[in-house]
Design a protein. Structure first.
Length: 172
């Protein structure tokens, strides 16, 4: 039997709870499984509107590589953006739990889309993270936490493409 963790979660769910910032006072992670719903509405031509409960609508279209306009979010850029966003949110929670002081984090992600056995799919994600920490911060710990964030990101853990991290820690 697991011991109760933060705010009534089990030890098994505490890590994920911490990864997304639910360790703050007043935040409670719901028990698994979580369910996320998005509706996509489109007409024969033009943009696709994505909608989800309590979120602003988001317009998307095919990228230029698929003969789209190239000036809107696409399923491809949303997927790569999800990798970047998840990395940053995961790092934020891990750094908070580890009490690592930091100033800013920039995460640039490049996704490679290719054909594998006749099927288009992402084959790799290159995550370039640049972290700024204040003078006196433990840069070795910062590097370890960046690496842990890459390993803990639920988005990349849910995708079959390989992920590679290039991390840099800069003292301000």
């Amino acid at each position: 039997m697991t011991e109760p963790g933060l705010f009534g979660t089990t030890a098994a769910s505490t890590d994920h709870c911490q990864l997304h910032g639910a360790e703050r006072a007043g935040d409670f992670m719901q028990p698994y499984p979580h369910h996320y719903s998005v509706a996509a509405v489109a007409h024969a031509a033009g943009e696709v509107t994505l909608a989800s409960h309590r979120l602003p609508a988001l317009a998307s279209a095919a990228p230029a590589e698929f003969d789209g306009p190239g000036d809107m979010w696409s399923p491809e850029t949303l997927c790569v953006g999800a990798v970047a966003d998840c990395f940053v949110l995961t790092f934020r929670a891990i750094a908070r739990a580890s009490k690592l002081p930091w100033s800013s984090l920039r995460c640039d992600v490049e996704g490679t889309l290719d054909r594998v056995e006749g099927v288009a799919q992402f084959t790799a994600f290159l995550v370039r993270a640049s972290l700024q920490v204040p003078a006196g911060a433990n840069t070795e710990q910062a590097q370890r936490l960046l690496e842990r964030s890459e390993q803990s990101c639920l988005i990349t853990n849910s995708l079959k493409a390989a992920t590679r991290l290039e991390a840099k820690v800069e003292v301000l």
